[in-house]
Write a new protein. Structure first.
Length: 101
């Protein structure tokens, strides 16, 4: 399902989760027909915003609201963030990864 912005003739903009291709919902404000509002920005792409707390980065828990803020703080402390795959039962198998062939 795609999340799209629709605009009606009166200029009301509505964000709708579209279930089927070609579906055009009526404007919830005035009931008029709508068209897809093609914008130059991509709001569905994951941005820099986040919301998490790290408890073992320093003496006190630290709260971050952007990935850039977290990277700056790690750089200040000389910490290198490593993402790695960890399998289950002392193997490389995991239900969260796929074996590529």
């Amino acid at each position: 399902m795609a999340r799209l912005d629709y605009i009606c003739a009166a200029g009301h903009v509505t964000e709708v989760l579209r279930a089927r291709y070609g579906e055009r919902p009526a404007c919830p404000n005035c009931g008029a027909a709508t068209e897809i509002l093609w914008q130059t920005s991509f709001p569905n792409i994951i941005g820099d915003e986040c919301d998490f707390t790290i408890h073992n980065l320093s003496d006190q828990p630290e709260h971050f609201t952007s990935k850039a803020e977290h990277r700056r703080r790690c750089k200040e402390l000389g910490v290198v963030v490593k993402d790695r795959h960890v399998g289950f039962d002392h193997t490389d198998k995991s239900p969260f990864t796929t074996k590529w062939e």
